[in-house]
Ligand binder design. Structure first.
Ligand SMILES: NC(=O)C1=CN([C@@H]2O[C@H](COP(=O)(O)OP(=O)(O)OC[C@H]3O[C@@H](n4cnc5c(N)ncnc54)[C@H](O)[C@@H]3O)[C@@H](O)[C@H]2O)C=CC1
Ligand SMILES: O=C(CO)COP(=O)(O)O
Length: 327
């Protein structure tokens, strides 16, 4: 594949790992970070704040200058937290080359408004085709060059396929799909269940409860996905089931670790980013407003709001009216 200049917006764990991936795929990688110290460290070959202990060498050109980082970019990856996307794309507005693809790599839904990230991108950068990259991929694994597979989505199938081809490298296998909404929803909602999985472990509720929650959580994920028009087979794929399996089974997931601390009754202040906290609240509201049966999402939101305890949530979930599994 020909040389490509990729700009990453976001100097955290995933932005850095994806920039490295782009280098490995043979592209030029520039990165925008809001923090000058982080930008300097990344340019020098490490990101001690977000990827401690991983030295990746020089190669990523990191800066805090939005105009310079977007100059002559062929493609932009948006890799800040979901709740910061609107702000960061607004900073990019005016500097973004027209018609180049914008690839959303955050996993979330805008709190308060319930707007999907692709819709935010469409509002702020209407002249750039939108894509999304999602799937089971811990930043530290990808940064270390460990193998995984993700999916790249765009409404235009040919764009998704082109980006997947460009982004694939020896350790990153990129599938493609035209189901943009499905990929977005899968990535956003799995975080809510990862918090639940961590909480179950932390509260000592057992491996059986864990598997039951993941299975029934996946039913809710598909229900909410269907309401947004996501295709079931997308949610059965890497951004959905794949990421759910990863983050509901490993304390390497920050969402799982957040739930673990919650379940253990530990202090939650100052913890690393857990996107599922904001997503749980907005997903619970969306489910309520649209009449979607999503009791686990609702329970996670209420636990996070401190409206109920984990034990109360479990008791309420266990005493719901019995029904067939297919309902
Ligand atoms: N870390 C991981 O393993 C993966 C993360 N993701 C997703 O990528 C997104 C970003 O996650 P990470 O990079 O891991 O988070 P992080 O916490 O490691 O880094 C977040 C970065 O965004 C910056 N940031 C935060 N608020 C900002 C704002 N208002 N304006 C500008 N920059 C801001 C921070 O300074 C930091 O550089 C999340 O949606 C996450 O779900 C997706 C796949 C893997
Ligand atoms: O989405 C991820 C891996 O696919 C990362 O999960 P956490 O944000 O929970 O660490």
């Amino acid at each position: 594949m020909s040389f490509y200049s990729v700009t990453v917006l976001g100097g955290g764990a995933w932005g850095t790992a994806l920039a490295l991936s782009m280098l490995r795929a043979g592209h030029k990688a520039r990165l925008w970070a809001r923090n000058a110290e982080d930008a300097a460290a990344i340019s020098a070959g490490e990101n001690p704040r977000y990827l401690p202990g991983i030295e990746f060498g020089e190669g990523i050109e990191a800066t805090t200058d939005m105009e310079a980082v977007l100059d002559r970019a062929d493609c932009v990856l948006a890799v800040t937290p979901a709740q910061a996307l609107r702000e960061v794309l607004s900073l990019a507005q005016g500097h973004m080359p027209a018609n180049i693809p914008l690839v959303l790599c955050a996993k979330g839904i805008e709190g308060g408004t319930g707007t999907l990230l692709s819709a935010i991108a469409g509002e702020i950068l209407p002249n750039n085709p939108v894509a999304a990259l999602s799937g089971p991929s811990f930043a530290s694994d990808v940064a270390k060059g460990l193998p995984t597979a993700v999916v790249v989505a765009a409404r235009e199938e040919a764009l998704a396929a082109t980006l997947a081809l460009r982004f694939s490298a020896a350790n990153l296998r990129c599938y493609s799909t035209d189901d943009l909404i499905g990929v977005e929803i899968g990535g956003a909602l799995k975080n809510v269940f990862a918090i639940a999985a961590g909480a179950i472990t932390g509260a000592g509720l057992g491996a059986s409860a864990q598997a039951a929650m993941v299975t029934r959580g996946f039913v809710e994920l598909r229900r909410v996905g269907a309401a947004f028009g996501a295709r079931p087979e997308t949610l059965m794929g890497l951004s959905g089931l794949g990421d759910l399996l990863l983050t509901c089974s490993s304390a390497q997931s920050r969402n799982f670790a957040y739930g673990l601390a919650l379940g253990r009754g530990e202090n939650l202040a100052g913890r690393p980013l857990a996107e599922g906290v904001a997503t749980a609240a907005i997903a619970a509201r969306i489910a309520r407003e649209r009449g979607i049966d999503a009791p686990i999402i609702g329970a996670v939101a209420q636990i996070l709001e401190r409206a109920i305890t984990i034990r109360e949530a479990v008791a309420a979930l266990m005493s719901r009216p019995l029904r067939t599994e297919a309902e």
